[in-house]
Each structure stands twice: as C-alpha cells, then as structure tokens.
Design a protein around this ligand. Structure first.
Ligand SMILES: [Zn+2]
Length: 509
C-alpha cells in the first residue's frame, strides 16, 4: 500500500517538473538516460522481477523511439552472486564472469565502480576488467602497483577519469560530460581513493569548461550524494548507486536518483534543453522491470546458459536451486550494513537451524561475515538464496563453555565487532538490560552451556576471538548420528523443511 502511494507521488512530481519549466516548444534537444545500479544477479528474482534480459529489451525499446540515449550503471555488479561462488571445470571460481558476459550485451555507455567490485582479488578484478567491452569510469579510484598510484586499466588502456559524448543538435554539436566517484568502503593495499567531494568538484570544473551538460555517476551513500549535490554547481542530475531502494532527492537545482537493486526498477531520465534559458529540464520516470516487460531473446539465452551451469554445478553437490523452501510475509534483511550491526530475522532463522542440528544446544553464535547476500531476501526463499547467502558453506561445531567465558566471548562478538563481519547473529541468547539471558533465564557464570558455532569461528581466526581455538569442538548431534551432512547450507535447507521450522511460524504473521 505504501509503495502505491509513493508511486503516485513520484508521478505527480514528474508532471510538475515538466509543465513548469519546459516552455520552448520548438523541437528542443532531448537526451534520454537509462540508469541502473547494484545488480548482482543476471536472472530475474523468484518473484519474476529484474533480470538482465528484461533490461536489454527495455534498452532496445527506448533506443527505437529516442535518438539520443545513454545507458549508465552506477556500480556494484561483480559480487556477491550465487553463480559467482561456483567453480568452472578448471576449478577457477566464476567470480562475476557471468555478469560481465551479460553486461557486454547491454550497450552500456558508462559503468562506475561500486565497493563490491573490490571484493575480488586484484588479479581476478583485472581479468574481469579486460573481459568488459563497456567503459568503466572513475575519478577517484586508483590502482596501487608496486607502491605507485596508477589508474586501473582495461586491456592495458587506462580507465578514463571522466567521459564525454557528442550529439548533433541542429547544425551545432552538443557535448555531454560525465564524472564519477566511488566511496572508499573496501580497503585493500592495492586500491587508493581520492576524496569523493574534492575529486568530484575538480572534475566538475574541468568538465564544465568543455561540455554543455555535466552529469555524475556515483557510488556513495545517500547522505554523501546529497552533500555532493550541494557542492556541484550546474549539474542537474546525479545518477547514484549503493543504496538498494529507489528514490529521487532534490538538492537545490540538482536531482539525485537511485533505482532498486537487482534491476527491480530502472530510472528513465529525459533531459530537455530549454534553448532560451539554456537550462535542462529533467523528467524522471521509474520503470518497473517485472513480468510486464518482455525479455530480449539473445540475452535470455546467455542467462539460461549460466542458469543451467548453476543448476548442474550445484546439483552435483545435492542442491536443487529452483526449489522454493518457504514463503515469508516478513522483511528478511540481509544487507551488510544491517546484518553486521543488529540481530535480524535472517540471523534468527540461521541460528535456529544451528541449534536444531545439535538437538539440545543452549546458544548459537554466527559470525555475520559468513552471510554474503547484501540485499533483502525475496518473499519466496529458494535453495538458491541459501547458497547465495552462505557462499563459504562450512560445517558447524559444538562445545561446552561456562557462562563467565561466554560473556567475554559475547562482549567481543556482540559489542567490539559491531559493524564488521565478526559481529554475531545470536541464537537463543540475548542481552536484556545489562543481563545476558538464555531463553527466559539469566546466564549463570558457573554454569556450563552447550554452544554451537561455525567451524570458521572455532578456528579462532575471527577478530578478537582467537580464544575459541582453545576449546575442544565436536560435530552437532544430528550430524554425528548421520541425519545431516555437516554443511551449514544443507543444515539450513533441512531445517527449513522440518516440522520445527514450520511450527515456529517465524516468517508468517
Ligand atoms: Zn555498494
């Protein structure tokens, strides 16, 4: 209901913008921009939304009716995805290769770096960059090679700090320039970032000198985009990424737009030049990529090839990725910013499965870094979602820990590690005021509790938790008695089919 209201508001907003400013009437120059951002999956969702074959069809249809069209992607596409976690016949991880292959078919005019592009290792990212037939653009991201700051390259050619295009406008030529910046989120010793605001302003000065229209393609937070918009003069539109929900902000004379993740929506921006005032009028329309939009056959075939690969590859390991496990009426948030700092329903579900595997465990601790979905789960959750959410797989282990020691471990995993992958999603244990509770009972220092964790946590490799390597760990009861295979993904799937899960009614109102 809320969404319907929002759509109506947007529509009226668009109509106002177009009737109040566009008054020239004599064939003004018009530029159409198709904007997408934060797309991790080449396929449509379980709900029939998104999918790059649909995006390709829409781009083609706009190009048929409009003369001047530019297609932009505001970053985040190489990771995470289910297919990206699989390995090919040579044993090499797919790591976004499927995404590049499909994006190469979209006639993209410019793509920004998102933080997730840098999840890949340095050499894998370089391979992906070389496979791209579309231009990346970045003003503030640079590669550190042998201690020197250099731009990233695609096939040996430096990636441009900004891009521009020339369009005929009557007897004249009109130049459109594009700057781009990315947030310094992923820190690695082979990447360096220039300051977002400073670099964008330098780019703007440079571009304004030679272009008739300057736009920005950004991958920063909503707040940072607003700050940026306030400093960039004469830029009518910033096309953003990073947030996963659609919106348009207005800051002075600048609009900032982001579409929904995984191409559930795209923005279509029609920019019309008012020849008398030299102002650009922006009409933005949110386009839903749902079953109402056809799929481009040639792209759908490539997507299907990868879907078959995923089905066969995971089938060999005993998974059936298109099988739906359950339907949720509630929001299942697995975005990194949320799951690494607060308890979520996704954490409840996973830790309940961990406890279930032990039969009678007291506490489950799950390091949130093992969950790599960075999006909301769809309302129909499939085995594919489980594989995507837990790309590392791995087993579970159990041990006995005293209340006193458990409190120290929780102080690290629940408090010190907040905001990082070492933050705990908790099962059956929670903080109530200043007391740790197990179920409805206060934790007792001298009592021994049965604790189940991921094998990764038990290795002591998590930040501040090396002490966990000192315990003696054993397999959960249902694994020991042969009921379950010790793989977190298989345990979660089996739990989601169990009577205990169905009776818990966690996901239904
Ligand atoms: Zn991002």
């Amino acid at each position: 209901m809320k969404i319907t209201v929002f759509f109506v508001l947007l529509l009226s907003y668009v109509l106002c913008a177009c009737t109040s400013k566009d008054s020239s009437g004599t064939n003004p120059f018009k530029l159409t921009i198709i904007q997408m951002n934060d797309i991790y999956e080449i396929s449509e969702s379980n709900n029939g939304e998104g999918g790059l074959a649909r995006v390709a069809y829409y781009i083609d249809s706009v190009k048929k009716e409009s003369e001047n069209v530019l297609v932009f992607h505001a970053g985040d596409f190489l990771n995470p995805s289910l297919i990206g976690t699989l390995k090919d016949s040579t044993g090499a991880k797919i790591n976004g290769k499927q995404m590049v292959e499909v994006m190469n078919l979209l006639s993209l005019d410019a793509v920004a770096f998102g933080n997730h592009e840098f999840d890949l290792n340095e050499d894998v990212l370089q391979t992906r960059l070389n496979e791209m037939t579309f231009p990346m653009v970045s003003g503030n991201v640079a590669h550190v090679l042998d201690g020197n700051r250099e731009g990233f390259k695609q096939n040996g050619k430096a990636i441009s700090e900004n891009l521009s295009w020339k369009f005929p406008n009557g007897t004249d030529t009109l130049v459109v320039g594009l700057g781009s910046v990315t947030l310094p989120y992923t820190q690695k010793d082979w990447i360096t970032y220039g300051d977002v605001i400073k670099v964008a302003n330098e780019q703007n000065v440079q571009l304004q000198a030679t272009c008739d229209l300057v736009l920005f393609l950004t991958h920063v937070s909503r707040q940072e985009d607003k700050k940026l918009a306030a400093t960039l003069s004469n830029v009518p539109l910033i096309l953003g990424g990073h947030d996963h929900y659609h919106y348009i902000d207005t800051v002075g004379n600048t609009y900032v737009a982001k579409a929904d993740a995984n191409a559930k929506t795209l923005w279509r921006h029609d920019l019309v030049l008012n020849e008398s005032t030299k102002e650009w009028v922006v009409n933005s329309t949110l386009i839903k990529m749902d079953m109402g939009v056809a799929q481009k056959e040639s792209v759908a075939q490539v997507v299907a090839k990868w879907e078959n690969f995923a089905r066969e590859n995971t089938g060999r390991e005993g998974f059936s990725i298109s099988t739906i496990l359950f339907k949720s009426d509630k929001k299942m948030d697995a975005t990194e910013s949320v799951i690494r700092s607060e308890q979520t329903l996704v954490g409840d579900w996973m830790t309940a499965a961990m406890l279930w595997s032990t039969g009678n465990g007291d506490v489950a601790l799950l390091n949130s870094g093992s969950i790599r979905y960075d999006d909301e789960l769809p309302s129909r959750v499939s085995e594919a979602d489980v594989l995507k959410a837990l790309p590392f797989g791995g087993g579970l282990v159990v041990t006995e820990i005293t209340g006193k020691e458990l409190k120290e471990i929780l102080a690290v995993g629940f408090s010190d590690n907040a905001g990082t992958g070492g933050y705990f999603q908790l099962g059956k244990v929670k903080l109530s005021g200043s007391d740790w509770m197990i179920g409805e009972t206060k934790m007792i220092d001298s009592k021994v509790y049965k604790v189940v964790v991921t094998s990764y946590l038990s290795s002591g490799k998590e930040k501040g938790l090396s002490v966990l390597a000192d315990y003696i760990w054993y397999a959960p009861a249902k694994v020991k008695n042969g009921l379950l295979e010790n793989d977190m993904r298989k345990i979660l799937i089996a739990y989601s089919r169990s009577d205990e899960f169905v009776n818990s009614r966690v996901f239904s109102e």
